[in-house]
Write a protein that binds this ligand. Structure first.
Ligand SMILES: Nc1ncnc2c1ncn2[C@@H]1O[C@H](COP(=O)(O)OP(=O)(O)OP(=O)(O)O)[C@@H](O)[C@H]1O
Length: 673
């Protein structure tokens, strides 16, 4: 059977989904077209480069689109994969005193593969693999067990852990919590009353910035050090969101900015912040800017971009996220850096417990992925942070799915914000093909086989697979390993070091697949991601758009493949309604292929269980060792520990578990829609 013959692309006649098209074999023509078109937009400077670079150029030219003009000679471009650069964050990791005495997961998988080969073991059909990987209920128990993984041996780690967890509950479980975002937002778009409210609330863009929208950075009157920073990153001309935001932000206006994923929103707020800071009074050193990001990885990435942009200035930045050394951050904060880029939980921890840090002098507050920050999981944290900030400040909110619900924004006490919406709300990037695979009610356990068949045949590199639960992502990583496919994992059950390792390996092409939860759904800018696969349809349209937005970034093309079950019909319809017809495809996977891979996967059940059991035992052992070490520490350093000022916590363990429970309940309600 020819490679692509396994898949018959059809429109199912029973399907109510409108406007579905047949999947094309390969969008080669599309690529050629974009190459011709985009090649012209590449900066002339790129022409004279040596042979080494010419391959890169071809690659670049192939992928670029008109909104993004990049200087291919810039230092930034060669290092663009390093937007996801963990060098600084790694230096701030806590030093582990007991190196891992257990084999790594990859070593365990390799050993199982070897034993399978040598014993010629055939398939074990006793249990269906899919019940292992998909069960949400099982995830609960795993979560509890695996939470100990992140704990460390030093006494203050308990504290760090505490803050991490509160932050985790806000980020990792995002798909569950964010379900509370209903389609009300959509409905309210058409609601007359809401329209009137918005008219009164938002300042018109024209009122804020007179004159044309600048087409180049030069027209923006930016200072030389900032221009040099832009050159370092390879940015030649502003993207539309940058062109419209920067002049208004320079005036100190509050902003609610929305533009599709991968359209350069980070630059849109970072450039004006740095430009304004160049003119700060330098006699008194204070922290003037706080940028809030919902996940640690996003904060690290934002910090990287900002550090590069600020390379030629004397502006100092500090990264404050959970998972990194609290002490080191305290020392840095003491020196009052100009900008703090933080996750909410850790920021609150510092305000409450680091005596030398306060937010009294904050002049600019930015919330990246602001709609996420306004969701249930972050509500209390956000309220507390806003309270710490002076009323007289500039507030800027950004997201690809920016809310414009006035009631939600009022909570942040914005002052007549300017609403800048580049693309129609709730749309995906222009060159993103969205495929859907329909999963019928009685075929739910086909998902694993479908995923493997897709990855074996079509999507062989730079592919992120999203799962609803950490356990499912972890188990599928093991299954892929047993199949000989190189996969990493990214979710909240990993230590910060493991999270960074996974991202680096994926970034560098050492693994082809990244099995992720919604922890990776927002903001992450990993260059060259070709495909996003949704093992499950996310539970709301915004989350879907963020997930698929990990591909087709900065004007490049990409593909998203989503397995949509019966309960996902509503989101599916909305996704299709909001995308141009030519971007939508339906894929049907041949039953024979599904059976073939199902049989194969069933054969791995025993090995999978063995590995999970080994991991569980190691965890228990580690936990016991940690408790012992902690007790020893307490005895040895009793006086010193008791003399330390007591740290206060944003959420108690009880609060956290209540918040988690609320998320789960809302999740269940939405699933049964
Ligand atoms: N002016 C520019 N010229 C060329 N490339 C740019 C420009 N601005 C940003 N980029 C590139 O575009 C990519 C996406 O930028 P960024 O991560 O800021 O997008 P985003 O809109 O914040 O995405 P998301 O909604 O997913 O968070 C990055 O790789 C960045 O380097």
């Amino acid at each position: 059977m020819a490679d692509l013959d396994d898949f018959v692309m059809t429109i199912d006649e029973n399907d109510e989904v409108p406007n579905l098209e047949v999947v094309e074999q390969e969008s080669e023509a599309e690529r050629k077209h974009s190459k011709n078109k985009a090649g012209k937009k590449i900066d002339k400077k790129s022409k004279g480069r040596g042979k080494n670079k010419s391959n890169n150029v071809d690659q670049e030219e192939k992928d670029m689109n008109a909104d993004f003009l990049v200087d291919l000679d810039a230092d930034g471009l060669d290092s663009v994969p390093k937007t996801m650069d963990f060098a600084l964050a790694r230096a701030a990791l806590k030093i582990r005193k007991n190196p891992n005495q257990f084999s790594t997961l990859d070593e365990k998988i390799a050993a199982k593969r070897k034993s399978m080969k040598s014993s010629g073991e055939s398939f074990d059909k006793r249990r269906k693999l899919s019940t292992e990987a998909e069960s949400e209920d099982e995830e609960d128990s795993n979560v509890e067990e695996e939470e100990n993984d992140n704990k460390d041996i030093e006494s203050e780690d308990d504290n760090e852990d505490g803050s991490n967890k509160s932050e985790e509950s806000g980020s990792e479980e995002s798909s569950e919590e964010s379900m509370s975002e209903s389609e009300d937002d959509e409905d309210s778009e058409t609601d007359e009353e809401e329209r009137e409210k918005r008219k009164a609330y938002f300042a018109p863009e024209s009122e804020a910035a007179a004159g044309d929208i600048p087409e180049s950075f030069t027209q923006m009157n930016l200072s030389r050090p900032i221009m040099k920073g832009l050159t370092l990153l390879g940015f030649v001309q502003p993207t539309p969101i940058q062109g419209r935001t920067i002049p208004i932000a320079l005036l100190g206006k509050d902003i609610c900015g929305g533009a599709v994923t991968g359209s350069g929103k980070t630059g849109a707020f970072m450039v004006p912040i740095l430009e304004r800071l160049l003119y700060r009074p330098k006699k008194v050193q204070v922290t003037r800017v706080v940028v809030l990001c919902p996940t640690r990885e996003l904060a690290i990435q934002c910090h990287n971009v900002a550090t590069k942009l600020a390379s030629f200035t004397d502006i100092r930045l500090c990264l404050c996220t959970g998972g990194l050394s609290l002490k080191q951050q305290e020392i840095e904060l003491k020196s009052r850096p100009d900008i703090v880029i933080a996750t909410p939980g850790r920021l609150i921890d510092h305000v409450r417990n680091s005596q030398s840090f306060s937010m009294d002098n904050i002049e600019i507050l930015v919330m990246d992925e602001a709609d996420r920050m306004l969701e249930d999981g972050f509500t209390d944290e956000l309220n507390e942070i806003v309270e710490y900030c002076p009323k007289q400040r500039q507030t800027m909110l950004f997201s690809a799915t920016m809310t414009s619900s006035v009631d939600e924004l009022i909570r942040l006490s914005l002052r007549r914000p300017v609403r800048i919406q580049i693309d129609p709300p709730k749309t995906a990037a222009k060159r993103l093909i969205q495929e859907f695979i329909r999963i019928r009610q009685n075929r739910e356990d086909d998902r694993g086989a479908i995923l493997v068949s897709l990855c074996k045949k079509h999507y062989k590199r730079k592919c992120i697979v999203f799962f609803r639960s950490k356990a499912a992502a972890h188990q599928m990583k093991i299954v892929f390993g047993l199949l000989g496919l190189k996969a990493g994992e990214l979710h909240g059950n990993l230590s910060q070091e493991q999270r960074m390792d996974s991202l680096e390996k994926f970034r560098d092409g050492l693994v082809d697949y990244l099995m992720a939860t919604d922890l990776a759904a927002r903001g992450l800018d990993i260059r060259g991601v070709d495909t996003v696969i949704n093992y499950n349809m996310p539970t709301n349209l915004s989350q879907y758009l963020h997930r698929i937005g990990r591909t087709a970034r900065a004007g490049r093309s990409g593909r998203a493949v989503t397995m949509a079950g019966e309960s996902d019909r509503k989101i599916l319809k909305m996704a299709i309604k909001n995308a141009p017809k030519e971007q939508i495809r339906q894929r049907v996977v041949d039953t024979e292929v599904i059976i073939k891979y199902k049989t194969k996967l069933d054969g791995f059940v025993t090995k999978l269980k063995e590995i999970l059991e080994e991991e569980k035992q190691e965890r228990q052992l580690r936990d016991a060792e940690m408790k012992l070490k902690k007790a020893e520490n307490l005895i040895k350093h009793r006086d010193e520990i008791h003399s330390r000022p007591k740290r206060t916590w944003f959420q108690t363990a009880k609060d956290k578990s209540a918040a988690k429970q609320r998320g789960r309940e809302s999740f269940k309600q939405n699933v049964s829609l």
